[in-house]
Ligand binder design. Sequence first.
Ligand SMILES: Nc1ncnc2c1ncn2[C@@H]1O[C@H](COP(=O)(O)OP(=O)(O)OP(=O)(O)O)[C@@H](O)[C@H]1O
Length: 612
Amino acid sequence: MLDDKSAKSHSFQVDLRGLVDLLSHHLYSSPRVYVRELLQNAVDAVTARRRIDPSAPTAIRIVVDQAGLRIDDPGIGLTEADVHRFLATIGRSSKRDDLEGARREFLGQFGIGLLACFTVAERIQVLTRSATDPEEPGVEWLAASDGTYSVRRLEPGERAEPGTTVRLTPRAGAGRWFAPDLVSGLARDFGSLLPYEVTVEADGRTTRTTDSPPVWDRAYSSAAARRSALMEYGERVLGFTALDVIEFDVELAGVRGAAYVLPQAANPAGSGRHRVYLKGMLLSDVTTGLLPDWAFFVRCVIDTDTLRPTASREGLYEDETLAAVREALGVRVRDWLTGLAAQEPGRLAAFLSVHSLGVKALARHDKDLFRIMLPYLAFETTDGRVTLAEFARKHPVVRVTSTVEEFRQIATIASAQGIGVVNGGYTYESELVSLLPEVVPGVTVEELGTDVVTAALDPVEGAAELAMAGFLATARSTLDPLGCDVILRAFFPASVSALHLDTREARNERTREETAAEADDLWAEILGALKSAEPRAQLVLNHRSPVVRRLAAIRDPALLVSAVEALYGQALLMTHRPLRPVDTALLNRAFDELLGWASQNVTELAEEDGQA
Ligand SMILES: Nc1ncnc2c1ncn2[C@@H]1O[C@H](COP(=O)(O)OP(=O)(O)OP(=O)(O)O)[C@@H](O)[C@H]1O
């Protein structure tokens, strides 16, 4: 109430139509939630009555007929005063005024749920009788969607038992929300885990829509029977056969339920949609934020009494409790994983064949897990696909490339020289390799540079190099304009005639040079200032290769240039990197020349044959 004596105080007016419009278009995702709100009120009313009379009946009935929908509950009911206070006052809830401890028992808290019914109904009739005082007469509250309502005392015989009946008269155009199958489907979807029996009656048939206690709260004859019941339940509600099921019983966090391991690899970005029930009432089947991001390989079905809903009741309210629950569930998933590693390597292997990416993502932040998973996580290496643990045993200095193409470029050569290299180019892998020294003592990790490879290749004796001096000089002058130096080494396998070694820095430098050449003066000057002294690419010719030795014997200078270009092109193709336009042009030219030379030779031979 305002204090200022000179001012007149007024009460807010509520435009009910506007409010309902707001709720239906901006708060609730669909009018279907009206069934949830009715069920919720009925359940809360039964819970409230059971607090004062533990033997009170609990069954909730929904009846669908020509007139619309009716829901009966044997709950706490309302006195006439309650009707004015709670039903007719938007935003007031009997459940919030209660003690904190009691509030935890109720589903509702906002005092707006009943309004959801106006998204489908033009009239709401509530017939109620309070269980708190047998002397209190029954009351009828009749509300219309234009915002008017009336209250009438019932005659003594009109309602003998405590409890409430809510009747909805459909709005024009909203008839489909009252179709019997839809109503029982919604009651089952939202309320299958509610603690009290709910039935839907329509067309002379009665369907029970509750299926409680939840599958995880039932007694089983054995652990195997429990597991198969949980698996079957997951398949029914989530629609897939899980690789495994991880049961949650996190008492502190007030969470019961299970996580189901997806049978296919999941996209980490589009994951984390879980089916969450709050005290048995479905919140949503696409709830996010329940598990840590890394746990994208599971979908959960849980029931909790600690988490709070947002006002739309379609998501979880982000608070400290949710953060604590997320952490507790994350620990549980992690424990399952480590337990699998310790006891069931076969199942772990099956899991990793689908979800190794998720585990790698997780291991980056969790050294214990990384240590546990080390013997199981396979990486692409110069020793083939092996685990890091196995690889580190053979190569105490673990060399890692930062891109897939760098690995391709040097893997064969490095392994032929006895250098062990891990391909760190895939998601999370170089990060994990760099953590290796922290979990495996004595191991060091080094980025693999081209210098490591060249240093491992045998130098060629002076005399042998001198014998090839002419060939090398032609090779250097041919490739210099392409930003590539030429050196001669002896290495295995002899089948590789030349190796193109390149670093990212060298590639960047080449791009800069090319851009500078094409740019106008100002740009050329700016780009010129950026010129770096980074190493250039290298073509390493293999002295052990018979092809190289034969080519070195060519005397025709033009043919020698083409041969060098062909060697360069072949080495470049081995790197699997996209070719620059200059390189493609060079390759075409070299092969044209060589073909021309070969066909000319064939013609000369044929002529010689003809003369003979
Ligand atoms: N079936 C019922 N039996 C007894 N009281 C009821 C019933 N339905 C509604 N009420 C009373 O009406 C009040 C308002 O109900 P409403 O559904 O609008 O909000 P709420 O359930 O309190 O909160 P929420 O908006 O979170 O659902 C309730 O707090 C309760 O006191």
